[in-house]
Ligand binder design. Sequence first.
Ligand code: ATP
Ligand code: IP8
Length: 261
Amino acid sequence: MIIVKLGGSVFSDKSGEPENFRKEVVKRIAKELATFYPDTDFIVVHGGGSFGHPEAKKYEIRKGLPEDWNTAHFRRLGFTLTHQAMLRANALFIESFVHEGLPAFSVSTSSVFITENGEVTYGDLEVIERLLELKFIPVLFGDVSVDLAKGIDILSGDQIITYLAKMLEPEKVIFLMDVDGIYTGKPGEGSVIQTLPPDEIDDLLEKLDCSARDVTGGICNKLREAKKIAEHSEVWFVNGLVPGRLSGAIRGDGFGTRIVP
Ligand code: ATP
Ligand code: IP8
């Protein structure tokens, strides 16, 4: 089984208009997956992109539910609205996948996981495992979450994948982003690292600018999670905007960054 994270930077322009969706890109990615299905089982997790991130930021969901009624009420409404934005993104994914003949089935993240400070502490994977056995492609997404420490929080698709990798031991996890892989510095300035040993990730993180670009911590969060995922699975970072890169990572001969456990 392979887990594919379809990053928000791939399916949308994160600095563009709210809820912009690159339908042609998602369609092409679905076509690539269709050439491997049903021989390979997939779980797809998509990020927030231009759907979840603007809402989560506007309503400051990551600050949780405070005592003060008015602020808490504003955040409760924001919690619902952020989830609705993610459901709209998810519906567009399912539509594109089904159009390419893939039985993608939406699994609503916030109904399946509970977090503590944004990390999954409880996840009910029963339905996901059954869906896989029945040859569906479960599609999860970064979402809001009920949080044991803060009342509410945001659960990143990257954290979901760490939990799935720990519980399901996939053969591979592939992160699709809008750049060619993990760079030694800013994309375009440094060079792409082709093989990254997990024990070099901490040193790399110290060199990178980790001032968060979005509510879930951007590339630095992804790298921290990748280190944990690498305890269970091979991890790839490839450019989802370039046709064929996803297929290359699935086959194992693609261009990008590979983290080998
Ligand atoms: P989302 O969280 O919405 O799903 P995503 O999964 O596509 O989005 P981001 O969190 O936006 O991913 O992180 C990917 C971005 O990180 C890329 O757009 C890239 O420009 C940026 N980035 C910054 N530094 C690096 C680096 N050293 N290597 C790779 N990408 C980097
Ligand atoms: O883009 C964030 O998930 P991510 C989800 O995978 C929301 O980090 C709602 C912002």
